[in-house]
Design a protein around this ligand. Structure first.
Ligand code: 0K2
Ligand code: SF4
Length: 314
């Protein structure tokens, strides 16, 4: 039986960023150095396939430090932690390795610096997301005000409109955040912002690539997990750019083939925490059903790399 023709447009860049690559390496190197079990506070990155693979090698994933014993090393996830977490690990004399992405740590330092300069902090982020919890936790409870939407800007109650600064989560929608920042600037003209945007290069590049692909295709698939903020933003960008069907899939088994009936072109990308192996699995699933032509749409070239902490390099 002849297969129908289909063009797959692969967005580039897609998939692993430098912070995810480093975080996974940290867990692997910690397992080599200290042996199993090594504890990891929160999913090291938001991807079940990655987490399951590390669990098989001896990593134990927990949500809180209190779920870890004192005498085994613990790793903090790429999303970052509140200051109270390493403080508590130190108090308990634990060995810990911080896998917080350096670009998240940069935002932590910014929040601290603005606060040291007497400015009240506003965080633009998603309530309850571990990165938002970690960044807000750089300052005492209640010090950082959370703003999630343009509507929130109208109601946020500040100490002194002349003494304000904002930081953001690194994985937000570039466009939605620009709207929120514009609303903050309009209501609080003196508000200070980051020198360089807090939304990271990887988030920005992956959204740009989706913008280039989405108008070309009948459907857009984003390989990523439901709890992955940056992956979900890619689905939203795809839909906003006019793609009639934009869907998150963790694995090829989640593809809804009936929804794709009659399509001639599909865009594929992957969130920063999704391994390329899963992208290949999705491509292979299309090859099983269609006569596939693959085209890459590249909007940026990335060459960012982060070193692992010194304790693991020795
Ligand atoms: O996008 P999220 O922040 O939910 O996190 P992941 O899907 O794990 O991607 C890695 C980014 C981690 C920190 O920015
Ligand atoms: Fe770091 Fe950006 Fe990757 Fe998050 S998405 S881990 S901030 S490089």
């Amino acid at each position: 039986m002849t297969k129908p023709p289909l063009t797959l447009y692969l967005a580039a860049p897609r998939g692993f960023c430098a912070g995810v690559d480093r975080a996974i390496k940290i867990v692997e190197m910690a397992l080599e150095k200290w042996g199993a079990p090594v504890y990891v506070r929160h999913e090291i990155v938001h991807n079940k396939f990655v987490v399951d693979g590390l669990r098989d090698k001896g990593a134990v994933f927990v949500e809180e430090l209190e779920d870890c014993p004192d005498d085994r090393p613990v790793i903090f996830s790429a999303h970052g932690v509140a200051k109270s977490v390493p403080a508590e690990a130190t108090r308990r004399n634990m060995i810990y390795v911080d896998a917080t992405c350096p670009l998240v740590s940069k935002v932590h330092m910014e929040a601290q610096r603005h606060s040291d300069n007497g400015l009240q902090m506003i965080m633009i982020g998603h309530k309850g997301h571990p990165e938002t919890v970690g960044t807000m936790g750089q300052l005492p409870d209640g010090e950082v005000l959370l703003v999630e939407t343009v509507e929130d800007v109208a109601t946020v109650s500040v100490r002194d409109p002349a003494k304000l600064a904002y930081v953001t989560q690194t994985t937000l929608s570039v466009d939605d955040t620009a709207d929120i920042v514009a609303a903050l600037n309009a209501r609080f003209p003196a508000i200070a912002g980051p020198h360089k945007k807090d939304i990271c290069y990887a988030t920005t590049n992956r959204q740009e690539a989706v913008k280039a692909v989405a108008p070309k295709v009948d459907a857009m698939l984003v390989v990523g997990a439901p709890n992955s903020s940056n992956s979900r933003r890619l689905v939203e960008v795809g839909a906003k750019e006019g793609c009639a069907y934009a869907q998150l899939v963790q694995r090829s088994s989640e593809i809804d083939w009936r929804a794709l009936d009659g399509i001639r072109s599909v865009g594929i990308t992957a969130g920063a925490s999704a391994p390329e192996l899963l992208v290949n699995e999705v491509i292979d699933a299309f090859r099983d059903r269609y006569d596939v032509t693959v085209e890459t749409v590249e909007t940026a070239v990335e060459n960012v790399e982060f070193k692992v902490p010194r304790v693991l390099r020795a």
